[in-house]
Design a protein around this ligand. Structure first.
Ligand code: FPP
Length: 235
């Protein structure tokens, strides 16, 4: 088994606290978070990680004050708009998972554009979770499966296998995350990749996302390399 995780997923937490500790606005914290995203993408590519999923905005994040939600949406739109060509030139394929219909028309257009522009890239796959929630993903998949049964596309006579059910999830060709990293000292999944994380290795650090550095990333990879992944079997 490879010692480098094929798929790393990250819960980018702590932008707000990082900013407050420095007397800056939360928006400045999120901007600093974007700079960390840019660095992390490079480290993953250099380490030969194949898939990187980033939790950018959860279905629960809509509960934040309208100003912060608006700032985050504008920031994500700007990043996708200004970085699309750079991602393509770096051979990085960008995809988005989540409830796209929740997003503004302009953000939806930027997502469609970056996905189209980077469609042929076969280097790192960067999956951005935007208006993403694991429960809602599972509910959507169950609904799609029920519709397939109703429409006679599948018999529905038996409980679907994991492989069949997976095919109804977002980006179902992406393998499960081997490792989930969370910053800012919290030890929760917070509705992230609930179905896919069944056997993911977890790694957490007290470091706030804007301060997440190469040493932290290397420590996470080193920890992963020591894990004995039995996947429910015996050693
Ligand atoms: C968590 O910090 C971070 C977020 C809710 C947003 C993260 C999003 C980005 C960095 C933008 C990324 C953009 C793209 C296109 C990848 P928090 O606000 O929950 O911090 P706190 O827990 O300290 O308040």
């Amino acid at each position: 088994m490879s010692r480098v995780p094929e798929h790393v997923a990250m819960i980018m937490d702590g932008n707000g606290r990082w900013a407050e500790m420095r007397g800056k606005s939360r928006l400045e914290g999120h901007r600093a978070g974007v700079r960390t995203v840019e660095r992390v993408v490079g480290w993953c590519r250099d380490a030969h990680v194949r898939y990187l999923t980033l939790y950018a905005f959860s279905t629960e994040n809509w509960k934040r004050p309208a100003e912060e939600v608006g700032d985050l949406m504008k920031l994500m739109t700007l990043v996708l708009k200004t970085k699309a060509a750079a991602f393509r030139d770096a051979n990085i394929r960008v995809r988005v998972i989540g409830r796209r219909a929740d997003l503004s028309q302009v953000l939806q257009r930027m997502i469609a554009k970056i996905e189209r522009m980077t469609d042929g890239c076969d280097g790192l796959q960067l999956i951005l979770a935007i208006s993403y929630g694991g429960r809602s993903e599972i509910a959507e998949a169950a609904y799609a499966y029920a519709c397939a049964v109703r429409d006679g596309k599948v018999s529905g006579a038996e409980v679907p296998s994991d492989a069949v059910f997976r095919s109804y999830l977002y980006a179902s060709d992406v393998p499960d995350p081997d490792m989930i990293i969370r910053t800012s000292g919290e030890f929760r999944l917070s509705n992230f990749l609930l179905w896919q994380s069944a056997y993911s290795e977890f790694w957490a650090t007290p470091v706030m996302w804007p301060d997440f550095g190469k040493d932290d990333f290397s420590a996470a990879l080193a920890s992963y390399a020591t894990r004995n992944r039995r996947m429910g079997g015996r050693p």
